[in-house]
Design a protein around this ligand. Structure first.
Ligand code: NAI
Length: 332
């Protein structure tokens, strides 16, 4: 029974091969991402395709997969905005994901970005390597006492809220569904406008949906406190990059940390150090001293990779055996 991986990196192969205890499951790996250019390479009778955040499962791609007899699309990630679920349902292809492999991994990375920006450790690291021990330009600000606005208080948002409360921050949150336990723990839920107006730091932890594309846009940036810090570890298109660049230029946004970028599929997970990058927006962003970009690495811990492999393989095995995996894992 074959599972064909797309966007497979060396660490994926090691992790999945290590944790595959099902002798009937044959794992094959392709480095290319899945899209219309390659879908015809999927052999007839392949049981599952295993995909990641930047694979494109458009209706056309899913139609071809269905014609080849693919039964399962296994996302080895939590977000699923890149899969056209209606088409998968139409063809009876089951779609599973890994709903929570390590929410703490992503939350901790968001905090790492915030601490880098507010204490300028990225600059200090380079400076002392050149024997420059001057503090000029490294002035930071305390997190203690600041108001942190969290958009989306699911598994990752919850972990992030708890860390920030530990720092002595006031944590306010906006979610379409409030979490009473988190509220009891000290998080104040408010509407989105209030969050924009009151937060010193805004961190995005909601999924990308058709309704919240460009949630961070010119009009919303104008409502924020001058000198706000924005952290996005969720999905790139939650932010209108052009509007954020304008906000950085005027100083309305003092710091920006992004682990995700709207056009990231052309860039992230690749070594482009010898290439000319044909994307002026990311080049502009990376030219700001107060912007930190990481290449979708928030999930990337040993603990998370193990959990991703174990959960994905058990879902595929269950579906192959005619069993139903945990409902939270199933999208179609
Ligand atoms: P989750 O499903 O546990 O929580 C998402 C929360 O967002 C829910 O409480 C939901 O009600 C809320 N929400 C949905 N739409 C909203 C909206 N329009 N406005 C405000 N809140 C809204 O998801 P989880 O596991 O916490 O992950 C959140 C996101 O983090 C994922 O969708 C994914 O995009 C991103 N992610 C990023 C990773 C990285 O490596 N950078 C790794 C894993 C996830």
């Amino acid at each position: 029974m074959k599972t064909l991986f797309f966007s497979a990196k060396p660490y994926d192969k090691i992790s999945f091969n290590t944790h595959n205890s099902n002798p009937h499951l044959q794992l094959e790996y392709l480095e290319t991402h899945l899209g219309p250019h390659i879908v015809n390479a999927v052999e007839d009778g392949t049981f599952a395709v295993c995909v990641f955040v930047n694979d494109r499962l458009t209706p056309e791609v899913i139609e071809v997969l269905a014609a080849k007899g693919v039964k399962v699309i296994a996302l080895r990630c939590a977000g699923f905005n890149n899969v056209h679920l209606e088409t998968a349902k139409k063809y009876g292809i089951r779609v599973c994901r890994v709903p929570a492999y390590s929410p703490e991994a992503v939350a901790e990375h968001a905090v790492a970005m915030l601490l880098t920006l507010n204490r300028k450790t990225h600059k200090a690291y380079n400076r002392v390597r050149e024997q420059n021990f001057s503090l000029n330009g490294l002035l930071g600000f305390n997190l203690h006492g600041k108001t942190v606005g969290v958009v989306g208080t699911g598994k990752i948002g919850e972990a992030f809220c708890k860390i920030m409360m530990g720092f002595g921050c006031k944590v306010i949150a906006y979610d379409i569904v409030s979490d009473p336990e988190l509220a009891a723990a000290g998080v104040s839920y408010c509407n989105f406008e209030t969050l924009l107006q009151q937060s010193d730091i805004i961190s995005l932890h909601c999924p990308l949906t058709p309704d919240n594309r460009y949630l961070i846009n010119k009009a919303n940036i104008a409502q924020m406190k001058k000198g706000v810090t924005i952290i996005n570890t969720s999905r790139g298109a939650l932010i209108n990059t052009g509007d954020v660049i304008e906000g950085l230029k005027t100083g309305q946004i003092a710091y920006l940390g992004i682990d995700v970028y709207e056009q990231e599929e052309k860039l992230f997970f690749k070594d482009l150090s010898g290439s000319i990058i044909d994307d002026d927006a990311i080049q502009r962003l990376m030219s700001f001293p107060n912007v930190l970009v990481t290449g979708h690495q928030a999930f990337f811990t040993e603990e998370a990779l193990k959990q991703i492999a174990v959960t994905t393989l058990s879902s595929i095995t269950a579906l192959a055996n005619g069993e139903e995996p945990d409902a939270q894992r199933m999208l179609a």
